[in-house]
Structure formats: structure tokens, C-alpha cells
Design a protein around this ligand. Structure first.
Ligand code: ACO
Length: 372
């Protein structure tokens, strides 16, 4: 038996390959450091959903199709208003809203996937605006997927540099083997359930701090440290208390997560020379954390994971921490969707076994309720 299914291969996929020993991530044939900083979100979406990069006319038609699905039903906005009134956390609110994308669906997995990919930024941005006491900003079909998301959050048309940084981020996190949320999505559709159900379940799995919920706490740690000379003492204190350092360690990678490098470079480009201090502090925190983790866990090979630089990049883009995990979802929904399509095409019911460790030989007659 393998607790937590560590090392168990459960499905075959053409979508991504994670080599934890070499520190490599391949996305449908392309190295993450080649694809993520160069391709548009729409190109990566096409690649994952259709197995190859689009020809120029296909790219245009695909981008138009995706853009045409951004509007969300009024009833979904109504639910977001209700959720905001009782301060439901963003990730829970978007999970509730995502489940409602079944309204008017056409029972077609690719249609469901396209609608969910396109609508999720609208849901996140609308909820953010409503929570801030502002009205949602109307969608702009003339903007790219990423530019529209940034515009819907702030009402300001983003610069090409900001769009590129966000696009690099979303492409970097779009898929990553059989991570917990993708596994959840595949398990759900493996019963021949539907893509919207799978995405709803995947959002639930992503929420936890051991998966998509780490970047907020990772940034909190950098802020708490505040200045480079405090890094050593504060990180030591955390480890002494038995705490885990968020943004470090990974189930698969035994070397540095290659996505951390892609995002570190994107973050460095984003942080200008004036406000570089946070970037430099984060670098110092990273170096110190790695040294102390090696000292404490010499056998474990704990290294920086994607969440550490996610936090820095999204903060640099002006995102509040509560949008970190929802924005991760806006990228990872590509992988969830593509895995669902692959599972529906080629997969088998996913149904592992459990090892029973409870008692045996008990008799109902002896139960306390039966004794008079
Ligand atoms: N800080 C301190 N110690 C750690 C860390 C960490 N970040 N990660 C693992 N360890 C220690 C554990 O305490 C454990 O020690 P022990 O054997 O003395 O009990 C040992 O390393 C092994 O830990 P496991 O939980 O078995 O390792 P696993 O491979 O299952 O965990 C995980 C991977 C959950 C990501 C873990 O490294 C962690 O909790 N990291 C912090 C949270 C984080 O950054 N999550 C984001 C991951 S990336 C993503 O999901 C997109």
C-alpha cells in the first residue's frame, strides 16, 4: 500500500510530464520555460484542448469563440452578491458560481470546458468588485483573455508588460501532471460525470494550503520578515515551532521546481528598479529558507516550489492575497478541462482500493444501544 498514492502512476496523459529528479516540466511537448513566457494564453489553451498549437486562422477563431463566452448568467452574479453579503471567501464563492455554469449547458464536454475557461475570470473579477462595494465591470470582447481579466478587475486597460506577466503566470501553472485537483477532476469524469462537476470538485481540491492555497502564506512570511537581516532568525523560529515553510517542498520535485524559475524571471522583469526591494528580500528569504531546510531535513531535498514566486509576481501585479488561489485556478482550469476530455476519450473508471485497519468480529447484539 502507498499512503497518499505517492509514486503511483494512475493514468497516461499527453498533456504534461513532470520529471521531479531533473526538475523539468513538459507541456504537451514544450518545455515550460520555452512555452510559458512566449505563447499567449489562447495558444496554450488550444494546445492543451486540441493537442497541438493552432495555425493562425485557428488561433483567431479559437480566441473569438473563447471571448464570446465571457458573459455569466445574471443568476450567477446574484449568487455572488449573496455570497459577498456574508463574506464568503473568494475561492468558495467561485466554486459555488462555477457549479452554476451547468445552466444552459449543451451536454458537450468541449463546450463545457470552453465556457468554464472563459467564464472563470469574469466570476473572479465580478466577485472581487462586489466584495469591494463596486459594480462588476462589463466584459470587453475586443481584449484578449488575460487583458480582459485584468481590465475587469481594475477598469484600467493593462499595459502589454502586465498582460505578458500574467499570461506567463497562467501558462506556467496551466497543467502539472496528476496533481490533487487534476486527479479530482479526472476521478469525477471517470464515472462519466460532466466537466462542470469536475471543475467544481477540482476547485474544492485546489483550495487547501497544501495545494493551491500556499502563495498567500508564502508572501505573509516575506512581509513578516520585512528586512533581509531578520530572515535567518524568523525562519529558524518557524521551523523550531514545527511549521512548514509555505512555497517550499513538493511531492514530485526533488530539485528546484522549474516553474519557480520562469516566475522568478517574470517577477524580476515586473519589479522595476525603484520597487525592487521586495523582490530582493524574497530572494534573500528563499536562499535562507533553502539553507535552513537542508540543515533540518538533510534527507528530504526540499526546494522552492511554484507558489513562492507566484506570490511575488501576483503581488507585483497589484493582486491582493485573496485572489492568488482563484487566479491560479484561472490558469489550472486549462489542465482540468484538457484532462477531463482526455479521461472521457481514453480513460477507465478510477477506483482504487483501501486497506481496512478497523476492528473485525464485533456483534451488533453487544452494541450499547441493545443492552437494556
Ligand atoms: N517546510 C518545512 N518542512 C517541510 C516542508 C516545508 N515546506 N515540506 C515538507 N517538509 C517536511 C515535513 O515536515 C516532513 O518532515 P518529517 O518527515 O520530519 O515529518 C518531510 O518534510 C516530508 O513531508 P511530506 O508532507 O511527507 O512531503 P510531501 O511530499 O507529502 O509534501 C508538500 C509536499 C505538501 C507540498 C509539502 O512540501 C508542504 O507542505 N509544503 C508547504 C506547502 C506548499 O508550499 N504547498 C504548495 C505546493 S505546490 C502546489 O501544490 C501547486
Amino acid at each position: 500500500m502507498t499512503e497518499g498514492l505517492e509514486g503511483v502512476v494512475a493514468v497516461s496523459t499527453r498533456l504534461s510530464h513532470v520529471d521531479g529528479q531533473a526538475g523539468q516540466l513538459i507541456l504537451a511537448g514544450y518545455a515550460v520555460e520555452d512555452l510559458a513566457p512566449n505563447a499567449s494564453f489562447e495558444e496554450v489553451a488550444y494546445l492543451l484542448l486540441h493537442g497541438r498549437l493552432p495555425q493562425p486562422p485557428e488561433r483567431i477563431a479559437f480566441a473569438q469563440d473563447l471571448a464570446a463566452r465571457r458573459e455569466i448568467p445574471h443568476v450567477v452574479t446574484g449568487v455572488l452578491r449573496e455570497a459577498a453579503a456574508v463574506k464568503v471567501p473568494v475561492i468558495d464563492a467561485i466554486r459555488m458560481a462555477a457549479s452554476m455554469l451547468s445552466l444552459g449547458r449543451r451536454e458537450d464536454p468541449l463546450e463545457d470546458a470552453m465556457t468554464a475557461i472563459s467564464s472563470l475570470p469574469t466570476i473572479v473579477a465580478a466577485y472581487r468588485r462586489i466584495c469591494s462595494g463596486e459594480e462588476p465591470i462589463p466584459i470587453r470582447s475586443d481584449l484578449s483573455h488575460v487583458a480582459n481579466y485584468l481590465h475587469q478587475l481594475s477598469g484600467v486597460e493593462p499595459s502589454p508588460e502586465r498582460v505578458r506577466a500574467m499570461e506567463t503566470y497562467l501558462n506556467t501553472v496551466c497543467d502539472h501532471g496528476l496533481n490533487a485537483s487534476t486527479f479530482t477532476a479526472r476521478v469525477i469524469v471517470s464515472t462519466r460525470s460532466d466537466v462542470i462537476s469536475a471543475i467544481t470538485g477540482a476547485l474544492g481540491a485546489l483550495k487547501g494550503p497544501l495545494h493551491g492555497g500556499a502563495p498567500g502564506p508564502a508572501l505573509d512570511m516575506v512581509f513578516e520578515i520585512g528586512t533581509p537581516e531578520r530572515a535567518e532568525a524568523l525562519i529558524r523560529a518557524r521551523l523550531d515551532r514545527g511549521e512548514r515553510l509555505m512555497g517550499f517542498g513538493h511531492r514530485i520535485y526533488r530539485v528546484r521546481d522549474p516553474r519557480a524559475d520562469v516566475l522568478a524571471q517574470a517577477a524580476e522583469r515586473l519589479y522595476t528598479s525603484e520597487d525592487r526591494s521586495l523582490y530582493d528580500l524574497a530572494r534573500k528569504v528563499e536562499v535562507t529558507a533553502l539553507r535552513l531546510l537542508r540543515e533540518r531535513k538533510p534527507d528530504r531535498q526540499l526546494d522552492t516550489n511554484v507558489e513562492f514566486y507566484t506570490a511575488l509576481l501576483l503581488h507585483g501585479l497589484g493582486f491582493p492575497a485573496e485572489l492568488f488561489t482563484p487566479t491560479f485556478a484561472i490558469g489550472r482550469i486549462l489542465g482540468w478541462s484538457a484532462h477531463c476530455l482526455e479521461q472521457l476519450r481514453e480513460g477507465k473508471l478510477i477506483r482504487p482500493q483501501s486497506a481496512y485497519i478497523g476492528p473485525t468480529g464485533l456483534h451488533y447484539e453487544d452494541a450499547p444501544a441493545r443492552v437494556t
